[in-house]
Design a protein around this ligand. Structure first.
Ligand SMILES: Cc1cc2nc3c(=O)[nH]c(=O)nc-3n(C[C@H](O)[C@H](O)[C@H](O)COP(=O)(O)OP(=O)(O)OC[C@H]3O[C@@H](n4cnc5c(N)ncnc54)[C@H](O)[C@@H]3O)c2cc1C
Length: 427
């Protein structure tokens, strides 16, 4: 086999306090958070739109941000952005949640479907007006490390390989691209046969006209349609980690051909597929093996180092707090992650990765990175009460109120019951 050695001298094109790799919702939140604290920040996004799965992945729904009993749990930038998603596009938010403030007692959950394309445009505006330096069409490839610290990142773009220096890196690539390459221990996931496109038909257009609401004009149209838990995954179908171009291509080709086969026999004048996802719709590719991993049995526990309270999006009542340790690795002091690659076990990973919690861990990662720079410490060693004060000042709920804990603390996930550990004191 032919072997090559890459030997190229690169001078830093610019030095930043913080570089954020990946402009999904977690990366956008992290970048906005850093810029808001007066630090210089570069956001690298390999595609041409911001939002990641929540926009170009066509996953256009903020899952519920309440406990299913009328109390809102998820606030912070997730609250701002779910509200933004109502501004210029159609919506599906239950009417009692449209006004701000929790409509105590309602069983309707606080969620919203939105136009992914309009939301992507709003994110672009938010990022550029926040003072973030943004580079589209630019891949963060190789982290450069000296004495155990990351000193910058090599990028690949139309300009070829370039180097940007930084004091802190936030990896929000969704796949741990940067941290994995630095040698941070990671855990890879399995992804099922799932592929969502947006379909429009003459009938759906008629429905939109009847309701005078464009929301009804398009709907989800699937290639593979296996749910979160992998129920009904065909036995002859692989599961993909999504961490190699061969796997990504195999997943995409199978799903794209399936969609084509499904529409082949329809009347071609009666329908169109209006949008295809332009990133693979993998739920769980890779997360860091963080200093702590969120588990289902952590339900109702208070963490002294909580960075946000979150709720289970599928099941009512279940409440969690996210430890700072889920996004840090003590042995890697100037790197941090958020969003899909925060550390969670099993369904604990699912709780962390969906859109509202991904925004909150992104917001927290930005605050941690800035504070670590100010305090001259590693990300795992920031002063926690100062961090919590900062986040509370940005409208994040750090600890859920004890009165929201139901009498029966049994947690049932996908038909299986888990009893949270008896000790629900602070850990
Ligand atoms: C099928 C499916 C259904 C889902 N349903 C829901 C739902 O209904 N509601 C909900 O809330 N959540 C849902 N989710 C989960 C949710 O969409 C994602 O987990 C969440 O949006 C993740 O955000 P993120 O920012 O962490 O990562 P991502 O959205 O993956 O963003 C990562 C970004 O980084 C960019 N990037 C990657 N590598 C690099 C690199 N090296 N350099 C530069 N840029 C890079 C990518 O282009 C992307 O923009 C679903 C997910 C899937 C797959």
């Amino acid at each position: 086999m032919k072997k090559i050695v890459l030997n190229k001298e690169l001078t830093a094109k610019r030095e930043y306090d913080v570089i954020v790799v990946g402009g999904g919702v977690a990366g956008c939140a992290a970048a906005v958070s850093v810029a808001g604290k007066g630090k210089s920040v570069l956001l690298l996004e390999k595609t041409n739109l911001l939002g990641g799965l929540a926009t170009i992945g066509l996953i256009n729904m903020f899952v519920p941000m309440c406990n299913g009993r009328g109390q809102q749990i998820i606030f912070g930038l997730a609250e701002k952005w779910i509200r933004d998603s109502l501004k210029y596009s159609w919506q599906s938010m239950p009417s009692e949640w449209e006004k701000t403030g929790s409509p105590d007692g309602t069983n309707h959950r606080y969620y919203n479907h939105y136009s992914p394309n309009i939301f992507a445009l709003q994110l672009t505006e938010e990022i550029v007006t926040s003072g973030v330096d943004l580079l589209f069409d630019c891949i963060g490839c190789e982290p450069v490390c000296e004495d155990g610290r990351c000193v910058g990142i090599i990028t690949d773009s139309k300009a070829g390989l370039e180097f940007y220096g930084c004091k802190m890196i936030i990896d929000t690539s969704g796949d741990c691209d940067v941290l994995r390459r630095m040698g941070v221990p990671t855990v890879s996931g399995e992804n099922y046969y799932t592929y969502v496109t947006k379909m429009l038909t003459l009938d759906s257009c008629k429905k939109a006209i009847e309701h005078n609401n464009i929301r009804f004009a398009t709907y989800d149209y699937h290639g593979g349609s296996i749910n979160l838990f992998g129920d009904n995954q065909p036995l002859d179908m692989p599961r993909w980690s999504g961490l190699s171009p061969e796997e990504v291509t195999d997943y995409l080709v199978r799903n794209q051909i399936e969609v084509l086969n499904k529409i082949r026999n329809d009347d071609r004048l009666s329908r169109d597929i209006v949008t295809l996802p332009t990133m693979p719709q993998f739920r769980t590719t890779c997360h860091i093996k963080g200093d702590y991993s969120l588990k289902v049995s952590d339900a109702y526990k208070h963490f002294d180092d909580s960075i946000c309270a979150i709720n289970d999006f599928e099941h009512r009542n279940h409440l969690f707090e996210v430890s700072l340790k889920t996004i840090t690795r003590r042995d890697f002091p100037n790197v941090i992650t958020a969003g899909r690659s925060a550390s969670g076990e099993g369904y604990g990973w699912d709780l962390l990765r969906v859109i509202p919690p991904a925004i909150l861990t992104g917001q927290a990662a930005g605050a941690v990175a800035c504070q670590a720079l100010d305090e001259g410490v590693g990300v795992a060693d920031v002063n926690v009460s100062r961090l919590q004060n900062t986040l509370e000042g940005e409208n994040v709920m750090i600890h859920f109120p004890d009165e929201y804990i139901p009498e029966d603390r049994t947690v049932i996930i996908h038909g299986k019951s888990h009893l949270p550990e008896d000790d629900i004191g602070h850990i």
